[in-house]
Design a protein around this ligand. Structure first.
Ligand code: DNO
Length: 386
């Protein structure tokens, strides 16, 4: 597979020179300064592409070309926003950038409750604590009807937490769930926004009445509109699975596993309507057998995220080592390497190691942690491709 690396633009302190030293071949990035819904101009695309090439690398994958909320909930602006998306795709295609990752998760992208969960060896990792998330939903957002989405035991655990949690812990939970994890990838909420909870609740309200079928229809509509542009420029669209892969906060999620992925690929049965195979996101759903999914969807996978998780008690999950856990990355790597040795892959989410924590990297995107995982995966690649 092609070894790629997510790079966050000029403000990223990880340089191309560092990446070349560790065997990275291609860059995954986006135009982070362009607000979601606006057109990616040829000039802006060329600027980033030239910088990457001057650094001795190539721009392999766009992650992400964000899909505006109004496309997902079919707001009145939807057709204008889809037209902008089509223009951005055409501009990328003309520049020769042909693999585009996106997601269709309403309001909130990936979800974690703790960004520095300590591990016994002194490193730390990202973590999802179901009770804390339920507390955020029921007691902080105070979402109407939230309680009924949790079991009696889960509600009891929320009660118990409510007795102990401090104001500072509550603030940290809000910051983690809706600012720190979202701000750097998502235009919805940014670091420094006042009243993130109020903004977040307003976004949730946009999805009143949008259930799974409605969201599926909106995705199909979007794909039907963009596929002709993808055909013209040979662009492979790669939808990212939901993280975690189940409904949250009363919002539908439609990329959760086998049935959903089959539906999407068949609803618009064009090889350019494909998948980002995020082994990590898929592994955090107890219903998913990750190698079986890789086997089933390999031919429509255009981009791979290598990461793994372990599901713990009470609905919690933790990011596992890249050689362990439910992601079964050795097997997954074997499947994809056989399917297409040129398939771009990147290491997703490394642990915090050495002085990573002090360097202000985006959550999950440490340097040493990802470099360590990349070395592990290089070993796997050497072993499976012999
Ligand atoms: C988090 C990432 C996601 C992913 C988007 C793709 O670390 O895996 O934010 O980039 O969902 O659209």
């Amino acid at each position: 597979m092609e070894k790629t690396w997510r790079w966050f633009g000029k403000k990223d302190t990880i340089t191309f020179a560092m990446l070349r030293q560790i065997g990275v071949e291609g860059i995954v990035t986006a135009l982070y300064d362009v607000p979601a819904g606006e057109i990616w101009s040829p000039e802006a695309i060329a600027g980033v592409k030239n910088d990457i090439e001057a650094g001795g690398l190539r721009w392999s994958v766009v992650e992400s070309l964000p899909v505006s909320e109004a496309i997902k909930y079919a707001g009145k602006d939807r057709d204008r926003l889809i037209e902008n998306y089509r223009l951005s795709l055409a501009n990328l295609g003309r520049a020769g950038i042909r693999t585009v990752c996106y997601n269709f998760m309403p309001v909130i992208d990936w979800i974690r409750t703790d960004l520095e969960h300590p591990l016994p060896d002194g490193t730390s990792s990202l973590y999802f604590d179901k009770t804390r998330f339920a507390y955020f939903d029921c007691r902080i957002l105070r979402r109407e009807g939230a309680e009924k989405d949790y079991t009696p035991q889960e509600r009891e655990r929320v009660e118990a937490l409510a007795k102990n949690i401090t104001g500072a812990e509550e603030d940290a939970l809000i910051d983690t769930i809706i600012v720190k994890t979202q701000g750097f990838i998502h235009g919805n909420i940014r670091e420094g926004d006042p009243e993130p909870v109020a903004i977040f609740n307003r976004l949730l309200a946009l999805y009143k009445g949008i259930d799974r079928d409605a969201l599926r229809n909106n995705l199909r509509y979007f794909l039907e509109q963009i596929m002709p542009v993808c055909d013209t420029y040979d662009i492979r669209m790669c939808i990212h699975p939901d993280d975690p892969p189940y409904p949250v906060l009363g919002l539908p999620r439609i990329v959760t596993g086998d049935e959903d992925i089959s539906w999407i690929l068949q609803a618009v049965d064009n090889p350019r309507n494909g998948l980002t195979f995020c082994a990590g996101s898929l592994s955090s759903g107890a219903h998913n057998d990750v190698p079986a999914l890789a086997r089933r969807f390999a031919s429509r996978t255009h981009y791979v995220h290598l990461r793994s998780t372990d599901i713990l008690e009470d609905g919690n999950f933790i990011e596992a080592s890249h050689l362990e856990g439910r992601g079964h990355l050795v097997e997954v790597t074997r499947i994809f390497e056989k399917e297409n040795p040129d398939l771009p892959m990147r290491i997703d989410h490394g642990r915090l190691m050495f002085d990573d924590a002090a360097r202000g990297y985006n959550p999950g995107y440490s340097f040493y942690g990802r470099m360590y995982a990349l070395a592990q995966i290089e070993g796997v690649l050497a072993a499976v491709s012999g």
